[in-house]
Design a protein around this ligand. Structure first.
Ligand SMILES: NC(=O)c1ccc[n+]([C@@H]2O[C@H](COP(=O)([O-])OP(=O)(O)OC[C@H]3O[C@@H](n4cnc5c(N)ncnc54)[C@H](O)[C@@H]3O)[C@@H](O)[C@H]2O)c1
Length: 346
């Protein structure tokens, strides 16, 4: 069992407390922290957490428990200071995406975790889903030979689905596309070399920043990914991981994942279509711990055994996904000019 505290009990954080943490048996909760007492009160009244486990101060929570792990489910701007303090206090850290606001902050946290001998993981929950796992295996085994082109579409209409972050800078690239970028790296088993991106805010949009973007990404092994993401789409909604067409020399792999929308949760889907043949669905494996339960069970296992399981998104690994966010934002600010990932990671 890994003793853990959770910091950040807001909208998404409370969902972790209620729906995720209790379903991972290797975690024993020893504290819940939020600077806002209303948030800790909610954990008490709705989940029955006793007073002695509720804190408005991180130091006190760590002092009065024997926590080994901090589950940081705060807004992005609080990730760096809170994760840093947790590492300094000797805890391992699981932090929500996006890892940090800048690459410099993220690098500092990676170094600090190393110096402290602690585990630092970013909760890239989309990695722990059946379709991207199957796609990773199929691409790795060259099921249809080398990849010609990867096309990804993400479409949502934020105004009609209770979206709350109208003033968030880069609501697409930093908050949403980070999942897609991280999945590209996982499924292709490769890192990006350079990107070109344009973003914009369409007329009548309630967003303060750009909710639509189009990017071309070139990976180290030469694969080109064409990516289109939109929070202001009137088209059919895609699952959260987007719709992926991986066109290879002998056929296409099509997949989607995290089909949760308006209270419905559909299964992941993956189909194979040989060139000039029919598409046929592939039966996908069920995971013991999927999505956020997957990231939490994984860090618990790393802490307990020291083994590094598949899909472990360490802070160090995640620098490359965060760099894709920064590179696409920089390219968009330069009107779509190519940006080398090396420029961002240096
Ligand atoms: N992985 C996913 O699929 C997914 C989906 C939604 C949100 N998220 C991520 O979840 C994170 C949290 O989002 P949210 O909507 O819950 O935010 P939120 O604003 O609703 O909640 C943040 C909470 O943190 C508390 N807080 C802030 N600073 C603090 C500090 N220093 N110490 C203690 N508490 C502090 C606030 O009081 C608040 O209760 C974000 O990083 C977001 O990107 C991930």
């Amino acid at each position: 069992m890994v003793k853990a505290i959770q910091i950040g009990l807001g909208h998404w954080g409370f969902d972790w407390s209620k729906e995720v943490i209790p379903k991972v048996p290797s975690i024993e909760m020893v504290g819940y922290v939020d600077s806002n007492p209303e948030a800790t009160e909610r954990v008490k009244s709705e989940l029955g957490v006793p007073d002695k486990l509720l804190f408005t101060n991180l130091e006190e929570a760590v002092k009065s428990s024997e926590a080994e792990l901090a589950i940081c489910t705060l807004r992005t701007e609080a990730h760096y200071p809170v994760a840093k303090r947790c590492l300094e206090l000797g805890l391992s850290v699981l932090v929500e995406k996006p890892f940090a606001s800048t690459i410099a902050q993220a690098k500092e946290l990676v170094q600090l975790a190393k110096a402290q001998g602690r585990v630092l993981m970013v909760s890239q929950n989309y990695r722990f889903q059946p379709a991207p796992i199957a796609a990773t295996e199929l691409i790795g085994a060259q099921k249809f030979g080398p990849v010609n082109l990867v096309s990804i579409d993400f479409r949502r209409h934020a105004p009609s689905q209770g979206y709350r972050y109208w003033d968030m800078p880069d609501p697409l690239l930093a908050d949403m596309s980070i999942h897609h970028f991280d999945l590209m790296r996982m499924v292709l088993n490769d890192n990006a070399k350079q990107v070109s991106c344009r973003t914009w805010n369409p007329p009548a949009s309630p967003f303060g920043h750009h909710p639509i973007g189009v990017a071309t990404l070139e990976f180290e092994k030469g694969t080109i990914v064409s990516y289109r993401g939109s929070w202001m789409s009137s088209g059919p909604v895609t699952p959260w991981a987007g719709e992926w067409t991986m066109d290879c020399s002998e056929g296409q792999i099509f997949w989607t994942s995290r089909d949760h929308f308006m209270g419905k949760a559909g299964p992941d889907r993956l189909s194979l279509q040989p060139r000039d043949g029919e598409a046929s669905p592939v039966e996908l494996q069920k995971l013991e711990f999927s999505d956020r339960q997957g990231t939490l069970a994984t860090i618990a296992r790393v802490i307990e055994t020291g083994a590094v399981p598949a899909r472990f998104s360490s802070g160090e690994d995640n620098l490359h996904s965060l760099a894709l966010v920064q590179a696409t934002i920089l390219s968009a600010s330069r009107g779509g000019d190519w940006v080398e990932l090396a420029e961002i990671l240096q």
